[in-house]
Design a binder for this molecule. Structure first.
Ligand SMILES: C[S@@+](CC[C@H](N)C(=O)[O-])C[C@H]1O[C@@H](n2cnc3c(N)ncnc32)[C@H](O)[C@@H]1O
Length: 243
């Protein structure tokens, strides 16, 4: 039985408050609990974007901005980071200032399900470990499609269940028993119980591809990283005459 909500308005409110509460510890715990592998996963994501200098990028559920900062190490682009948690946005803004990136990386507090941008605004949209936390996946995917330019790239980095049975057992043990205990020691105790439960309740690879293709994307692909613990989903917005 589930302890948490995994869809709808209750989930949205819970997630927003949870990330507000853990914002100050988020980076530290991310790197500790993933043993630093999260940095590698975000680097691979950025490589798959095929960015060109001068392009416009929207990083939805930007959190403390790590995808954007990784992008800016390699590309001269303009990025907007949007997050539902006000405190995460404040934290990301401070990081941008301290890294001297405030001119290239701007932040907005907002909802990924209702994006405050015009149609066809961005060349690339990224969302890293955020999509699973969204209350209404279909609504968000429609919005991602709407704000991307025709031919634009949507790239989603997200946890998945690993393929290998042997590795899957180790992963389950770590995710269910170790991670929540370490997390509880440093931050809100339920946040790291929510994490494994949310992964279990999330869409699988086939469902993600189907969702992307049903909401105006084409050429949807999945690439598994680290035995399939994490996957990168990419797709292009269909070029239609309407756009
Ligand atoms: C696990 S963090 C990921 C942060 C960052 N992208 C990263 O890779 O570290 C998930 C983020 O999703 C945000 N989030 C959840 N639901 C959202 C929504 N509906 N709209 C925008 N952001 C949302 C949370 O506030 C949180 O900052």
């Amino acid at each position: 039985m589930n302890e948490f909500y995994h869809t709808g308005e209750n989930k949205k409110q819970f997630v927003q408050k949870m990330f507000d509460d853990i914002s100050g510890k988020y980076d530290f715990l991310n790197h500790l609990l993933s043993l630093g592998i999260d940095l590698y996963w975000r680097r691979v994501l950025v490589k798959r974007l095929n960015l060109k200098d001068g392009q416009d990028v929207l990083d939805v559920a930007t959190g403390t901005g790590d995808v954007g900062f990784t992008i800016l190490k390699h590309h001269d682009v303009k990025i907007i980071g949007l997050d539902y948690s006000y405190k995460m946005v404040c934290y990301a803004q401070k990081k941008a200032k301290s890294k001297n990136k405030s001119d290239k990386f701007k932040f907005v507090q907002g909802d990924g399900e209702n994006l405050p941008f015009e149609d066809n605004s961005f060349n690339v949209l990224t969302i890293s470990y955020g999509f699973r936390n969204i209350g209404h996946y279909e609504q968000a995917m429609v919005e991602f499609n709407r704000v991307l330019k025709p031919g634009g790239t949507c790239a989603i980095l997200e946890f998945q269940e690993p393929h290998s049975k042997f590795f899957g057992k180790i992963y389950q043990f770590y995710f269910k028993y170790i991670l929540p205990r370490i997390g509880a020691f440093f931050a809100r105790s339920d946040a790291y119980r929510y994490l494994p439960e949310s992964v279990q309740n999330f869409l699988n690879r086939e469902e993600m591809i189907k969702l992307m293709e049903s909401k105006g994307f084409t050429n949807a692909k999945v690439e598994d990283l680290t035995f399939g613990v994490t996957s990168i989903f990419t797709a292009k917005k269909i070029n239609s005459k309407k756009n």
